[in-house]
Design a protein around this ligand. Sequence first.
Ligand code: PMP
Length: 457
Amino acid sequence: MLSNSLVELDRAHLIHPVASWRGHEQAGVRLLTSAKGATVTDTADRHLLDGFSGLWCVNAGYGHDSIVEAASRQMRELPYATGYFGLGSEPAVRLAAELAERAPGDLNHVYFTLGGSDAVDSSVRFISYYHHAKGEPQRDQFISLEHGYHGSSTVGAGLTALSAFHQGFGLPYPWQHKIPSSYPYRNSAGTDDASNIAASVAALRAKVAEIGADRVAAFYAEPIQGSGGVIVPPRGWMKAMRDTCLELGILFVADEVITGFGRTGPLFACAEDDVVPDLLTVAKGLTSGYAPMGAVFLSEHVYNTIADGAGSSAVGHGFTYSAHPVSAAVGLEVLRLYEEGGLLANGRVMGARLMEGLQSLSDHPLVGDVRGRGMLAALELVIDKERKTPLPAAAEAGRRIFERAWDCGLIIRAFAHGCIGYAPPLCCTEAEIDAIVEKTRRVLDLTLEDGDVRAAM
Ligand code: PMP
């Protein structure tokens, strides 16, 4: 009864992110009521294995009392402190220091935001301040990757390469440029890792030459492209792109909103690739979704250039909820759980098991590609493996895949172009990882029986 009326209230009043509004009104909301570990429960008391950690954010898993205690203690003691007027709070200072200590290289300065989109937006603003301070205000052109996702604020949506985020805004802005991403499965230039990397480097050089070498402000990349379909570049790709940026004199920004905090193994995926970016953005796993928070890290030279450029004037960028004490307290406890609580270590072991399990599905007639790193993975489904032909009406097929997985008690992400994404909590057990793989096989078998899929094969 209660849940029926909530569905009606949702339909009437709550706008859902990245949804067909009319489609959602028809389908109605699926309400989740509680969660523990890697399992969420809905209003019908169904238990579902969350193979996507909410929205690739609940890296620590659900139901950690110590996080709840850290948040409630902070709420009781000091629920809010502004960072304006030179004020601050203990957890925010401590979290910044703990993160700086662990971040690659000299990314020692942390600006906290509310999530990933405003972390990306903040990075764009800081880069602009940086080039003005350096006396190069004409460096106002930004390059990012096809299939990339950098948030849905207006500026971030323009860096994002997914067309659904562009409609009606004149996006991308003329100063936002794209180059092809590495995409080993579909990149015709890259038949092997070395030529794949060389193609990306050549594309970046060509784009910089086209725009004008003294006009380019920065290049943005995700270490693994998440929302574009978990696209994993070859090892060495990021290092090559970073080195090319150094050579060309442009800033390199790593967007680790998804890959950070154990998702691919370490706290920062960059570190694994021996890359120190000029700026780095994070969110999601920073607080494991228990409270909203993102951050931008600035390297010493970026920070000092902006600081010296501004002198005694204010750097005009700030949010009411920057460095929110409750989120920071959550972040500190989450960080402790990753390290002392053994979650990073468990995630590494389970990530290897997940990849092995998904690899075992590669003999399935619909599985064209299996890719991933750590607890971040995808299957790319095709109807013809040799030609790599996508599923017919892939968006509709994706919707059916999501529904079937749900009916099998599994939450996964079905991307509109026929990829299935996985990002399970790092706390998963072996049995849970195996269940994710087994349930996926069942979903694939059911998809194979679909009339339109069979007709197209
Ligand atoms: N950058 C990347 C790489 C992301 O994956 C996301 C979110 N999926 C964002 C930025 C935006 O983060 P948020 O949704 O927290 O605004």
